[in-house]
Design a protein around this ligand. Structure first.
Ligand code: EPS
Length: 389
C-alpha cells in the first residue's frame, strides 16, 4: 500500500515527507522534484515568504543511484526562514525571557482558535505553525515521486486557474494548452487565457490595495489514466471520494467538484451523461463528452480525470477582522502574520500532488509489483485484456 506523510512547521528547521510502498526501480530526479517545488512557489499574489525561500529537495532515504530501492523514500526541504526562528521555535526549552512570538488574537477562518482550544495551548503559535500552507511544500515533494511513477505509464497531471474572485475563465480549456502552461518555464497567474488572466490580476491587485485576500477555483487534469482505477464495490474504494478527500484536505480548500458537478446539478440527465459510442476501426469505446470528469461509479473510465478545487480567500488579512484576545477575553483585531494575498495557482499545484499520490495508490493497488518491471508486466497484461474486451 502506498502511504505518505509529512512533518514540519512553517518556520521550523525543515519540512519532511515520507512515501512508502513504492516499487523499486522508479527513476527519480532531484531536478524534477525541484521543478514541482518551484511551480508551487509561483502565482500572482504570493507574499514576502516566497522571496526568502528557494525550496530545494534533499532525499535522505529510499533512493540510490537515481532509482527507488523499495524502501521508504524520505525527503527534506529546509526552511531558510528558520534562522530567524531558532529561539521562538527551539526544540529544547528556550530562556523564559526569549521572544516566543505568541499569537493570542486568533484569525477568523484559520485553525488558530479551534486548534488552541483542542490542544490546550495559551497561544495559537503552535497551531498555526503546522496549519500553515507551508506544509504543502512537503506534499508537493511527495507528489513529485508519485508523478515519477505515473509518468512511467504515460500519466501526466497538471492544473490551471479557472477563476479568481468573481472573474471566471468562460470557456473550456483543452489538454494541450493546460500542458503547455504546466510545462512552462515562467508562470504568471496560471490561467490559459491571456485576456481572462489580465482581468483576474486586477482582482488580485484590488485585494492588495485594500488589505484583503481573494480565493478562486483551480482545475486539475490527469491525462492518460487507464480505465479501471478505484472500485464501485465499497464506499471507501470509490476513487472520486478518495480524490475529494485529498483535495479538500488542502489548506483553504472548502469544496471540490468531480467533472462538471455544479453545472450537472442544475441540468437534466439527458444533458449531463457522457454518451457511449464504439469506434470499430480502433476497436475501442469512445464518449460524447467528459462531464463526469473521467470517473463513473468510483472507477476511472479512461477519459481525463478532471477535478476542481474551490479555495476560500486565505484567512490572514492585512486589514484584520474582529477577534478576541485569548488572554484578556477583550475584543481585539485578529493577528497579522506575513502571508499571501492569492494562492489559487499554488493550491492547484498542491492538488496535482495530492491527485498524483491518490492515483499512484490506486494504480499500485491494481497493478502491484515490488519492482517497476513487475508493475509494468501487470499493467501491460491488463491493457491487453482491455483491448481484447
Ligand atoms: C506559505 C504559505 C503561507 C505563507 C507562508 C508560506 O502560509 P499560511 O497558510 O500560514 O498563510 O504565508 O509564509 C509564512 C508563514 C511567512 O512567514 O511568510 C507557503 O506556501 O510556503
Amino acid at each position: 500500500m502506498l502511504r505518505f506523510e509529512t512533518a514540519g512547521e512553517s518556520h521550523g528547521e525543515c519540512l519532511v515527507a515520507t512515501v512508502s510502498g513504492l516499487p523499486a526501480g522508479i527513476p527519480i530526479s532531484l531536478e524534477a522534484i525541484g521543478r514541482e517545488l518551484w511551480r508551487r512557489q509561483q502565482g500572482y499574489g504570493r507574499g514576502g515568504r516566497m522571496k526568502i525561500e528557494t525550496d530545494r529537495a534533499e532525499i535522505v532515504a529510499g533512493v540510490r543511484h537515481s532509482h527507488t530501492i523499495g524502501s521508504p523514500v524520505a525527503i527534506l526541504v529546509r526552511n531558510k526562514d528558520w534562522q530567524n526562528w531558532t529561539e521562538a521555535l527551539a526544540v529544547e526549552s528556550a530562556a523564559v525571557e526569549a521572544d516566543h512570538r505568541p499569537v493570542t488574537r486568533p484569525r477568523p477562518g484559520h485553525a488558530d482558535l479551534a486548534g488552541a482550544i483542542k490542544y490546550n495551548f495559551p497561544d495559537a503559535r503552535y497551531i498555526l505553525e503546522r496549519a500553515s500552507a507551508r506544509e504543502t511544500t512537503a506534499r508537493v515533494a511527495a507528489g513529485a515521486v508519485a508523478k515519477a511513477l505515473l509518468g512511467q505509464f504515460g500519466i501526466e497531471i497538471l492544473s490551471h486557474v479557472i477563476s479568481i474572485g468573481d472573474v471566471c475563465l468562460d470557456r473550456h480549456a483543452e489538454w494541450p494548452e493546460i500542458a503547455a502552461l504546466g510545462r512552462a518555464s515562467s508562470i504568471n497567474l496560471g490561467c490559459v487565457d491571456a485576456a481572462a488572466e489580465a482581468r483576474m490580476k486586477e482582482v488580485v491587485d484590488e485585494a492588495y490595495r485594500t488589505g484583503d485576500t481573494v480565493g478562486g477555483v483551480f482545475e486539475v487534469v490527469a491525462h492518460g489514466v487507464p480505465p479501471g482505477l478505484g472500485s464501485h464495490v465499497a464506499w471507501d474504494t470509490r476513487l472520486d471520494g478518495r480524490l475529494a478527500q485529498a483535495i479538500v484536505s488542502i489548506q483553504a480548500v472548502k469544496g471540490v467538484e468531480v467533472g462538471f458537478a455544479a453545472a450537472g446539478a442544475s441540468s437534466f440527465g439527458s444533458k449531463v451523461q457522457d454518451t457511449i459510442h464504439y469506434d470499430r476501426a480502433e476497436r475501442r469505446f469512445t464518449r460524447g463528452a467528459n462531464r463526469a470528469g473521467g470517473i463513473e461509479g468510483g472507477i476511472t473510465n479512461g477519459q481525463d480525470v478532471v477535478l476542481r478545487g474551490l479555495l476560500k480567500p486565505i484567512s490572514t488579512l492585512r486589514k484584520p477582522l474582529a477577534s478576541v484576545d485569548l488572554e484578556t477575553r477583550e475584543p481585539a483585531l485578529a493577528a497579522y502574520e506575513r502571508s499571501d494575498v492569492c494562492v489559487v495557482w499554488a493550491a492547484g499545484v498542491v492538488a496535482e500532488a495530492m491527485t498524483a499520490l491518490i492515483l499512484a495508490q490506486a494504480f499500485l493497488e491494481k497493478f502491484g509489483g515490488d519492482s517497476l518491471d513487475e508493475t509494468r508486466r501487470n499493467f501491460e497484461s491488463y491493457l491487453k485484456q482491455v483491448q481484447d474486451f
